[in-house]
Design a protein around this ligand. Structure first.
Ligand code: PAF
Length: 283
């Protein structure tokens, strides 16, 4: 596996691969790989001729009181794991190469970013869309793979791709979970053993909402009450938001009529975790 730091060299290589008619697959990440990342890379490898993973902790998407400094990093381990999956190139730019002092261009999706994560993390999605567009321009992918755990991020990126006519296909991949249901996240490393045990209720609360829907509760207020009820039984959890929204517009729905998605965020100790779960009416 080639390891490239310089954006120009990466772009050169990608344009070359394109000229050779290769289908380029791309997995953008902030590193500290877990099974979720590995499953994105495996799928990318299976579906594309030439595969690139980027590892870049993007400062632009962290707020001033967020965990940029402490965000977990282990580049050597990440490179070893990506090579084991069979990825062709790891792109690992430095901050000054991505954002030199004269940098002044940003990309913003205006509406989908207003609520949910966008409300609690102002500026976050502007940082995400800016770096993702830069990465797309550098890596020139035909297909780019994103996890569904960051559901709002996925929808925001799909919107950007559509609005700006970017020639890349976004591939949404299911959330990979621990055996007890906790969604894989690099931030899970912040949890001490008690917090890790408590964090199971996030998934349990989603399961409880699915059960309640099956038993006939279709109004969002009732379903959200079920979720809050499960979360509040665990003292270590401090939920930030629980919303039931339309899977495309991310607007809150009053009632689950066909398909909706629950999006939630909660603090467990110092860790801020998010999760998602579809609610579907059985036909
Ligand atoms: O989901 C992530 O890891 C990041 O938000 C991304 C898409 C790599 C952009 O920095």
């Amino acid at each position: 596996m080639k390891v490239i730091k310089d954006p120009k060299e990466m772009q050169h290589l990608a344009l070359d691969a394109r000229r050779q008619g290769k289908i380029i697959g791309f997995v953008p990440t902030m590193g500290y790989f877990h099974s979720g990342h590995l499953s994105l890379m495996r799928r990318c490898r299976k579906e594309c001729d030439w595969t690139v993973v980027s590892i870049f902790v993007n400062p632009l998407q962290f707020g001033p009181r967020e965990d940029l400094e402490t965000y977990p990093r282990d580049l050597d381990r990440d490179l070893r794991l990506a090579a084991e999956v069979g990825i062709d190139v790891a792109f690992v730019p430095e901050e000054k190469a991505m954002y030199p002092p004269e940098y002044q261009t940003y990309v913003e999706v205006t509406q989908l970013t207003r609520g949910l994560e966008g409300f609690y993390r102002p500026g976050h999605f502007r940082g995400v869309t800016t770096v993702v567009l830069k990465l797309f321009n550098i890596v020139q992918p035909d297909f780019a793979y994103f996890g569904q755990k960051d559901y709002q991020q996925l929808k925001v990126i799909e919107r950007m791709v559509q609005d700006l006519n970017i020639p890349v296909r976004i591939v949404a991949c299911e959330t990979v979970r621990e055996p007890d249901g906790l969604a894989m996240s690099s931030r899970n490393v912040y949890l001490n053993p008690d917090e890790r045990r408590a964090a199971r209720v996030l998934y349990r609360s989603l399961e409880a909402a699915r059960e309640a829907l099956k038993s006939g509760t279709t109004c969002s207020a009732g379903l959200k009450a079920v979720i809050w009820g499960v979360l509040s039984r665990e003292q270590m959890i401090r939920p930030q938001y629980v919303e039931i929204v339309d899977p495309e517009t991310l607007e809150p729905v009053d009632r689950v009529e066909r398909r909706a998605v629950v999006l939630l965020a909660a603090f467990v100790g110092q860790a801020r975790l998010i999760d998602e779960g579809f609610l579907e009416m059985e036909p």
